[in-house]
Design a protein around this ligand. Structure first.
Ligand code: ADE
Ligand code: ZN
Length: 334
């Protein structure tokens, strides 16, 4: 049994970030849209980023070709087929509704396409899932309130809300009223914090937004009291190594802090973030990390165990997946 074939949960993956250039060109053609790139290779050549914002500029351009329910279905289905190859058995995916509604695409078109694909994935690929709607933090909190009724209307399909996009200059405190409302309505809550932004943003995500999980969270290591609080509150971090490398959060994978996180007792998990842009899906993240820092089998097992424990699955289903992992993933056989 090897690492690639172990069952895993993925907890931090933007569905729009799984939009592979080949599919983007296919859908653009179907919709009669001219992409500002001559070819797939020309587009891929632009995937070199110095920071989060440079990536986001390209990412928001990519979503422009998504127009119909079928487009959103195809996007999600492509991810699911790829996830199956990496033995993802449970996934909690993000989508950015405002990046679509701002272009005149109906919220229902987006959520119905995604939901139908994930339902098919559950039946045909045996991958369980939850969908999380993220607010774009570079927009005013009011823009989040404007789209919130749509999220609430689809509460049967959406388990939680998140916060993503440009971090620096947009602290979690900007969104505290909206998150308070989401909590009242029974949504799970997550937020990107401490990817590029300071430890203070993680404090705010915990104390003001009252999140259930922290996306990225790398910068917590700057503040020992924060690390202790995260551990005390049993909050997991959804860490994304290849994303951190491609967005220059770390200079080299061998300097990635994942081992420090585990050694300090943080419940870190491994995720792909925007795999089509960062050069790898979840197994690539594990494998490249394994090569760069020599992750041990015990560490791999811990990271995967954390991914199930940190999911929004109920305890019974978590136990079922963990039993499967333990059967297959005896530490000696990874
Ligand atoms: N949206 C998509 N990927 C993101 C990331 N890594 N950070 C913030 N917002 C995002
Ligand atoms: Zn992300």
């Amino acid at each position: 049994m090897n690492l690639a074939s172990l069952p895993k949960a993925e907890l931090h993956m933007h569905i729009e970030g799984s939009f592979e250039p080949e599919l983007m060109f296919k859908i653009a053609k179907r919709n009669g849209i001219q992409l500002p790139y001559e070819s797939v290779d020309a587009l891929k050549a632009c995937y070199a980023f110095n920071n989060l914002q440079e990536f986001l500029d390209i990412y928001y351009q990519g979503v422009n070709v998504l127009q119909t329910e079928e487009d959103f279905y195809d996007l999600a289905w492509a991810y699911l087929e790829r996830a199956k190859k990496d033995n993802i058995v449970h996934t909690e995916i993000f989508f950015d509704p405002q990046s679509h509604t701002s272009r005149g695409i109906a919220f229902d078109t987006v959520i119905n396409g995604l939901h139908r694909a994930f339902e098919d994935g559950k039946k045909e690929l045996d991958i369980s899932y939850y969908i999380i709607a993220c607010f774009l933090r570079h927009l005013p909190e009011q823009a989040g309130f404007d789209i919130y009724p749509d999220i609430l209307r689809h509460k049967d399909k959406i388990i939680g809300v998140g916060l993503d996009s440009s971090e620096i200059g947009h602290p979690p405190e900007k969104y505290q009223r909206l998150f308070a409302q989401a909590k009242k309505d029974g949504f799970k809550m997550v937020a990107h914090a401490g990817e590029e932004g300071p430890a203070e943003y993680i404090w705010q995500a915990i104390n003001l937004l009252k999140v259930d999980r922290i996306d990225h969270g790398n910068r917590c290591l700057d503040d020992q009291q924060l690390v202790s609080t995260i551990i005390e509150k049993k909050l997991a971090l959804t860490v994304c190594p290849l994303s951190n490398l491609k967005l220059c959060v770390v200079d080299q994978l061998k300097n990635h802090p994942i081992r420090t996180m585990l050694n300090q007792g943080l419940k870190a998990t491994i995720n792909s973030d925007d795999p089509a842009y960062f050069g790898g899906y979840i197994n690539d993240n594990f494998e490249q990390l394994q090569q760069a820092i020599g992750l041990s089998n015990t560490e791999i097992k811990q990271l995967i165990t954390n991914s199930f424990n940190a999911s929004f699955l109920n305890e019974k289903v978590k136990a079922k997946y963990l039993a499967k992992l333990n059967d297959l993933g005896s530490v000696n056989t990874i």
